[in-house]
Write a protein that binds this ligand. Structure first.
Ligand code: SAM
Ligand code: SF4
Ligand code: SF4
Length: 330
């Protein structure tokens, strides 16, 4: 009898085929909604997965049915020898994607083209330079815009990630939508989420309905697009625009029912959910040469249905025990 291939399926029957790997907890920006004001205790080097360990672990996940791998961080492009890593991961036959702040993107676009990495999520919370400096506490605005243009010229599929914060960038919703008139990109509005140390309070957030009202108030008819399977956002288009827009409504309208995501932090801990406050150490057994498959398969069985059990509301006692976003890998 042929043994059935092992897969990563949780107790709700959801196959997990999407892995997000954080390559580092370091970053060249300090976005206030992500990085706590007091900073974070950085991971010590021996505790961070080596490039070989990342490749080996990805191979194990691929053999368990993972099809898509997103590289994230911190800022994934600050990881030493990032180019080598991306090339090796591409050889594993998974669909590679990346989430980046774009500062170092120009250095890697040719490589991305060569290895077939075309899906880039680029964080750009504002179209205003002074505001960018306020949000990121660094001055890289022009460089990021230039790299965005380069990526578009090279026909990359770009999504702009925009975390909307009231009184900061909520007045730019329609400026971002205006970008989609002629540019073939998606602007993705993300509801502000709570993580350890980011002083979350939903009164600072902007919800899905408010975003839709703002866009339709100015542009009129909005077309709702079909959401691909496992999509974490609802997707729309203003009639006649080349590009589209999306809303990640984790707070007001969570999209967990079809979740297929697993996260691995830079220090090799598996997290079942963005809001998980328990983790499974994969790095120690990997270094010991232990069998990993059953460990991973059993770990996913502890996954909760939605938002790590915060089904109804976000609970400070829960999310304050979690990591900061910068050390999870968003
Ligand atoms: N440094 C890269 C970047 O900024 O694109 C990758 C890592 S970053 C943690 C991944 C994504 O998480 C970014 O798009 C960022 O905007 C988002 N993010 C960070 N903190 C967030 C929060 N509190 N709420 C919602 N999204 C957040
Ligand atoms: Fe860095 Fe990305 Fe977090 Fe901004 S959102 S501080 S760029 S990891
Ligand atoms: Fe999946 Fe957790 Fe995100 Fe919901 S909140 S989509 S369960 S990772």
């Amino acid at each position: 009898m042929i043994e059935e291939k092992k897969k990563i399926v949780d107790n709700f029957g959801r196959p997990h085929t999407y892995l997000r790997i954080s390559l580092t907890d370091r970053c060249n920006l300090r976005c206030f909604y992500c990085m706590p004001e007091e900073g974070i205790e950085l991971m010590e080097k021996p505790n961070i997965m080596s490039l070989e360990e990342i490749i080996n672990l990805t191979r194990i996940f691929r053999d368990l049915g993972v099809e898509t791998v997103r590289l994230t961080g911190g800022e994934p492009l600050v990881r030493k020898n990032f180019g080598f890593l991306a090339e090796e991961l591409a050889k594993l036959g998974v669909t590679l994607k990346i989430t980046t702040n774009g500062i170092m993107l120009d250095k890697y676009l040719d490589l991305f083209q060569k290895i077939g990495l075309r899906k880039i999520s680029l964080s750009l919370d504002t179209l205003d330079k002074a505001k960018s400096v306020f949000i990121t506490k660094r001055d890289y605005f022009e460089r990021i815009l230039k790299n965005l243009e380069k990526a578009l010229q090279m026909d990359m599929q770009v999504k702009l990630n925009i975390v909307l914060i009231k009184g900061v960038n909520d007045n730019e919703i329609n400026d971002f939508i205006q970008l989609t008139k002629e540019k073939d990109l998606t602007v993705k509005f993300i509801e502000f989420m709570p993580f350890k140390g980011n002083k979350w309070d939903w009164s600072k957030g902007v919800g899905k309905q408010e975003i839709l009202d703002t866009v339709s108030g100015r542009f009129g008819n909005i077309e709702e697009l079909e959401n691909p399977r496992h999509s974490t956002s609802s997707n729309f288009k203003v009639k006649g625009h080349v590009g589209s827009f999306a809303i990640v409504s984790t707070i007001t309208n969570p999209f967990c029912s079809d979740c297929n995501r697993i996260r691995v932090t830079a220090d090799g801990k598996m997290m079942n959910c963005l809001f998980a406050n328990s983790e499974t150490d994969l790095l120690t057994p990997l270094r010991n040469g232990d069998k990993m498959e059953d460990l991973i398969i059993n770990a996913i069985k502890t996954k909760k249905y939605s938002r790590d059990g915060m089904d109804v509301k976000m609970d400070a006692e829960h999310y304050e025990q979690n990591r900061s976003m910068i050390s999870i890998g968003g």
